[in-house]
Design a protein around this ligand. Sequence first.
Ligand code: MG
Length: 259
Amino acid sequence: MATISIPAGTSALLLDIEGTTTPITFVKDILFPYIREHLEDYLSSHWEEDECKQDVHLLKKQIEEDMKQNRACRVHAVDQTVHTDEEKAIREVVDNVLWQMAADRKSTALKQLQGHMWRSAYASGRIKGEIYQDVIPSIRRWRGQGLKVYIYSSGSVEAQKLLFGYSVEGDVLDLFDGHFDTSIGAKVDGKSYERIAERIGCQPEEITFLTDVTREAKAAEEAGVNVLVVVRPGNMELTDEERAHYNLITSFNQLQLTG
Ligand SMILES: [Mg+2]
């Protein structure tokens, strides 16, 4: 395994999650199936709680909005106040959520309920954040050498903190100096990396970004950030041109601070 030097002048490493620190299948194979399998149970056991009521209320508003816009969806009248027919009301929420997920909707209502379900699953140990085994020892080593380490993922900061707070390696949140998500901008937009540098308080040239997605790598490069492309099982295949252009690593162990 060839050693690759962390670019000279780097003071901060910026890490992507999916396909970089974590198998790209984690969300698709673990997180989403968890929702589909436990949705009905979750709603039944939390139905009377304020947080769940708010989640259902938001879903109901989303459904009304969908009806107004004539989106092609199955229409449900979710009425949480009808306690006599709770099972039916839960069934309707389940149907709507499953429909939204199948349609890959990104509604706030859907995300909010999913977020609450995942939080409860992580906290109870039913889900553990997956991290490749080379990741944590490497981060500890880099930190020992004075580098700062940040996360930049399209998953929300809250979701990032759950993954690393309840991971297969335990709570490793103290290894990170900060978290960024798309509220700072899209990962394929160079401006986002300029903003991150500003927030960290350094020049883009002092940051080295690790990601599996070359569109993100390209955007980071445009902002002056150093880039390494991470090759992990199941990641998108790179073109010959991309292989030639980027420094590639298959394990964080390869990355050494030299000089
Ligand atoms: Mg990724």
